[in-house]
Design a binder for this molecule. Structure first.
Ligand SMILES: [Fe+2]
Length: 236
């Protein structure tokens, strides 16, 4: 390992498909999903075995990490979340569950140290909460071969956003706009509608490589509108 290298650990935790990856000096060197270790598809929790595997593969310890990033930011879109909750008058149990989840994500550094069996003071890395779709956008652009790109992130839902788009330039990423929950015009809902509960979107995405394409008009799936946004047709 080159001395003076920068190591970044990226983590998807408390979210379906818990996983981890490590970048050394901006180059992705290891990425793995927790389901490979616990054999539970789309498992959501802290991917501690994935983290251990990535550290071992990189030949470093947790103390060598410079940055740890988790792909959730409980503070993102906080006002929207609060207004939505206030209008719905949700059950106190639901609110308590969300608050516990938010606290776990925001205080992830303590959980991280405890699960790896090390002291918090032994870890010098800075911890970052990255808004879910910004994490998706960064994860695809910053390790790509492109210096400039238009970037689109489409997801079921993450940090109150279903779709986000923007541009990447060098190491800079700029968000142009996003489709926020609870708007009905988001592609993530289409993915869920196509798979149908309880199957999550990844099953539909995974099947794309194994099934025959179906000819049809895209207008049956998505109704495009200006400026650059889209909506679901009434059939959904
Ligand atoms: Fe996601």
């Amino acid at each position: 390992m080159k001395s003076g290298s920068m190591h970044v650990l990226g983590i998807n935790a408390y979210h379906a498909g818990a996983s981890a990856c490590i970048l050394r000096d901006g180059v992705l060197i290891c990425a793995v999903e927790e389901e490979r270790f616990n054999r539970q598809k789309y498992w959501a929790g802290v991917p501690v075995e994935s983290i251990r595997y990535c550290l071992a593969d990189a030949g470093i310890s947790a103390a060598d990490l410079d940055h740890v990033a988790i792909s959730r930011d409980p503070r993102a879109n906080l006002l929207r979340k609060a207004l939505w909750a206030a209008r719905r008058n949700p059950h106190v149990g639901f609110l308590a569950d969300r608050l516990i989840n938010h606290r776990k994500v925001q205080r992830f550094d303590e959980t991280f140290a405890a699960m790896l069996g090390v002291s918090r003071s032994d870890i010098r890395a800075d911890f970052h909460n990255v808004e879910h779709h910004r994490a998706h956008m960064a994860s695809t652009f910053l390790v790509s071969q492109f210096d400039q790109a238009a970037i689109l992130s489409v997801d079921g839902m993450g940090d109150f956003v279903s779709t986000m788009w923007g541009t990447g330039n060098g190491t800079h990423l700029e968000v142009n706009d996003a489709v926020h929950f609870p708007h009905t015009d988001h592609l993530g809902t289409i993915a869920i509608a196509l798979t149908g509960p309880p199957d999550p979107p990844p099953i539909f995405m995974g099947s794309a490589t194994t099934t025959a394409p179906v000819a049809g008009s895209r207008s049956r799936l998505v109704r495009f509108s200006s400026p650059g946004t889209f909506a679901r047709p009434a059939i959904w």
